[in-house]
Write a protein that binds this ligand. Sequence first.
Ligand code: HEM
Length: 540
Amino acid sequence: MASVMEAFNASSTAIPNTIHATIASANTGILSKAFDNASPVSWFGVFLTLFLTAVVYDQMSYWSHKGPLVGDSWKIPFVGPFFDSVKPSFDKYYIKWTSGPLSCVSVFHKFVIIAATRDTARKVFNSPMYVKPCVVDVAHKLLRPENWVFLDGKEHVEYRKGLNGLFTRNALETYLPGQQEVYAEYFEDFLRESQNANGEPKPWVYNLRELMCAVSCRTFVGHYMSREGVKAIADDYYLITAALELVNFPIILPFTKTWYGKKCADKVLEAFANCAAKARVRMRQKGAEPECIMDRWIVQMLDSDRYRARIAKGEKVPDEEKPAMLLRNFSDLEISMTVFTFLFASQDATSSACSWMLQICADRPDILQKVREEGDRLRPDHNQEVSLEILEKMEYTRAVVKETLRYRPPVIMVPYVVKKDFPIPESNYVAKKGSMIVPSTWLSLHDPEAYERPDEFEPMRWITGNAEEQGKNWLVFGTGPHYCLGQTYATLNLMLMLHKLSAQYEWKHTITPTSEEIRVFATIFPMDDLLLTFSRREGA
Ligand code: HEM
């Protein structure tokens, strides 16, 4: 969502010229009187007039954008519902989504259109001619302005193609052993922490965030980073999320959230660039096998180099020896910036998903029992590595993960910005250039026409029901040219986590009156931060 800075930065709105002219003439009249010593008009009068003029301008601007959209008829002068966005409330978002397919708010001078239904949301996701993803201004400073995620159109498509090779089935298989190592270490830590607390339940959301950060780092940079290095990133990562919150001061002043976030982001970038340098050295060694995303990327670069060298020498290289994707050479910093975007995109979403998944499975022993039965059947020896082949056979575990993502979609809104006036004839509306337009995923994923009893958690809808056929409603990972690059990886990773944890551990959830309430912090979490205790599963 927009930062306050964006609100301030918003381009001037298209108020009819007559209004501009009226305001201008009013201003000149008053000002000339103020400077005329003989005039009784006081500075207070001048100020008041300018203020009222600005209020009128702000209101007219709001109306000129709003047109037929659902939204307040009157805007609180200048700020709009700013104070609501300081502490975002799920219930308030929900009221907005259900108010109409397209609704609006205006915060400061930023006009925000909310696309709440499946069809309006899809329309936004699939209109790259008119819209592009929008991030808070501070994101450019944290991720660096030259980062690929800020590319648009053809350049974005081309860059993204070069990344596809990092998420193929074959690639995902090579990351599995590293992920399992991390789960094994952290689950034992969970157990110790619960034992040290003498079985007293503790909020676990923070531990899960750290775990997800560690698994991501192992997947992205393998063993090039020490456990302490990973822990340092995991410990500080929330500073980055906080810096990118909707409402933050736009200029990076010392000791503000954005300042801490930037410091943390610089550390992560430097650490990842060091890892890239190490990967470059290791992957040049004979027989070195890729273990992480950086390795695979560097192997693709080296293969492309070799191919180009052969061609340059005039060799006729058979087609089957040509790399699937010819890559240019990326610097350590470029690799680092890109891998940072993976962490940035995955950290909050995956932490949210696994928090809800553990809560739901603890509260529904019938579901957990089935996950265990499937796991025990397909991998009876708990010391055996989980192969991709085994994981892919876990139909019920997959259904639980997909149902978690549907029932509690981690990313409830994806902010886009309108690049040029965007006609939406279905709503008889044209979104003006510079507006923010935010497709929401919630209603689509809770649409009773697509998913019967949408507010019930029913994994079987993915096996014996028709949930898999509702592709148009499945907006968990977005759709269109920016759809989530890591969706297969994210799903498999959550399956791996649930399988490994349920095979060897028990976890109990202490239900509180706010367990089912939703706290919005970039993504969504149980309001009470998920009170858990861990123990070893009998016989494991
Ligand atoms: C449960 C976990 C996840 C959820 C719910 C999720 C959801 C999303 C959503 C909704 C988008 C915006 C799509 C759009 O605008 O159409 C997105 C984009 C993206 N995601 Fe994910 N994501 C998850 C995990 C991951 C992971 C693990 C990675 C990386 C390894 C990742 C990498 C990305 C990237 C790079 C983009 C931007 C793609 C682009 O602009 O071309 N995501 N994700």
